[in-house]
Design a binder for this molecule. Structure first.
Ligand SMILES: *Cc1c(COP(=O)(O)O)cnc(C)c1O
Length: 392
């Protein structure tokens, strides 16, 4: 069994994919061009945002907005402590200071109360200026934007959405909103990744930034191509070389066509997981040996299910379940084994100081099960039975 089965996906779209890639090879135009422009227009229309600027990776898609917003030395940017390294790395890369904030135990997303407390603490200390929040839509579920917008507007913070795992997710209409709000429209600026195993993945590295602001969009386009002015050989600022390959744009056009059905399928697969893991949850609760916690999707939220992450009662039980799965040929992964504030890269800095008990517990208890749109019901059943046998 594969953790995320890209082979089955390729089999489904092989004909279109091979033709799309061959077309680009025939044109021998490999950087930028009409295909990239077409993709940017399609992506902007898909999420409902004015501008989409593609770039070389999801990490660059986070660095570029920070540069465009002029965030740097002396600025505090609030980042969840439980996320992929790049969510905090981008902040340090522009020489601002990431402040790591605890997360919710059930949704895995940033905890609004912890954010509020962290902002207050930074203000009270008076050394750094609170500037922005990296709002991560972890494992595919948008974070609680209504709550963080309240905190952000009270403290004048910009929200940069890290939807690397969240593309295709949304907050459904309701709560005063007449339309669904798509991931990549939820921040002042939003970023996503096209790393192959993300909900919308290409065949290499890639990313995109989304914004409604013309000026910010123009700045990001400049930073992404060597700080270009009127053209590539007129350089008005120090930028980067961060473009999406034309081949990747062609791959993504084919994948974008599949995405609607894949999201439907993966949400059905998540339902199977909830159904088939319930007996393990019930039994383990009854005999008290090992608890199985299932992820929570907030009411009115729709996840793109980049990962299906359960929690076990403790580290020992988590490793036991992981080994039992492995012995049955089922790959399981630990996302994430270490709080951001404990990463060596941040040692000795402000960022290393954090007291985030939920994150610390999650790092010891989480286990990501195989998750992709091509899992069969029998496979989900087999995975759930293996988990049950290990915890009971
Ligand atoms: C994958 C990921 C990124 C970085 O994306 P790359 O394309 O690998 O650079 C950033 N944030 C999160 C939450 C991610 O999962």
């Amino acid at each position: 069994m594969e953790f995320r089965d890209l082979k089955r996906q390729y089999a489904v779209c092989k004909e279109q994919m091979d033709a799309a890639m061959q077309e680009i090879c025939g044109q021998t135009s490999f950087i930028s061009g009409a295909k990239v422009k077409e993709l940017e227009e399609c992506l902007a229309a898909y999420v409902g945002r004015k501008h989409c600027i593609t770039c070389a990776s999801g990490t660059d898609a986070l660095v570029l907005p920070l540069k465009a917003l002029g965030i740097g030395t002396g600025d505090a940017v609030f980042v969840p402590d439980f996320t992929f390294f790049a969510s905090g790395e981008c902040v340090a890369a522009v020489e601002a200071t990431p402040i790591f904030v605890d997360v919710e135990a059930d949704t895995y997303n940033m905890d609004p109360d912890s954010l509020w407390a962290a902002v207050e603490a930074v203000k009270q200390e008076g050394v750094l200026t609170p500037k922005a929040v990296i709002a991560v839509d972890l494992f595919g579920q948008p974070m609680n934007y209504d709550a963080i917008y309240k905190i952000a507007s009270a403290s004048n913070l910009l929200i940069i959405e890290d939807a690397a795992q969240g593309f295709g997710g949304k907050i459904l209409a309701g709560n005063g909103h007449t339309d669904d709000r798509m991931a990549c429209t939820l921040g002042d600026i939003s970023a996503t990744s096209f790393f192959p195993t993300k909900p919308l993945g290409c065949y290499g590295d890639g990313g995109a930034v989304f914004t409604d602001d013309d000026e910010v969009a123009a700045l990001i386009r400049s930073y992404a191509v060597h700080g270009k002015g009127s053209n590539k050989y007129d350089n008005v600022r120090i930028g980067m070389n961060s473009r999406l390959d034309t081949l990747q744009a062609a791959v993504l056009m084919v994948k974008l066509d599949l995405l609607g059905k894949e999201l439907e399928d993966i949400n059905r697969i998540a339902d199977w997981y909830f159904t088939y893991l319930q007996p393990a949850k019930d039994l383990s609760a009854k005999n008290g040996k090992g608890l199985v916690f299932l992820p929570r999707i907030n009411r009115g939220y729709y996840s793109s299910w980049a990962q299906f992450v359960i929690q076990l009662s403790d580290e020992e039980m988590r490793d036991k379940v992981k080994n039992a799965l492995q012995e049955s040929g089922i790959p399981a992964m630990i996302y994430y084994p270490k709080p951001m504030h404990e990463q060596e890269a941040f040692a000795g800095t402000w960022s290393a100081v954090a007291d985030n008990p939920v994150t610390e517990r999650l790092c010891k208890t989480v286990l990501a099960l195989p998750m992709h749109p091509y899992l069969t019901e029998a496979e989900v059943q087999q995975i759930a039975e293996t988990v049950a046998a290990a915890v009971i």
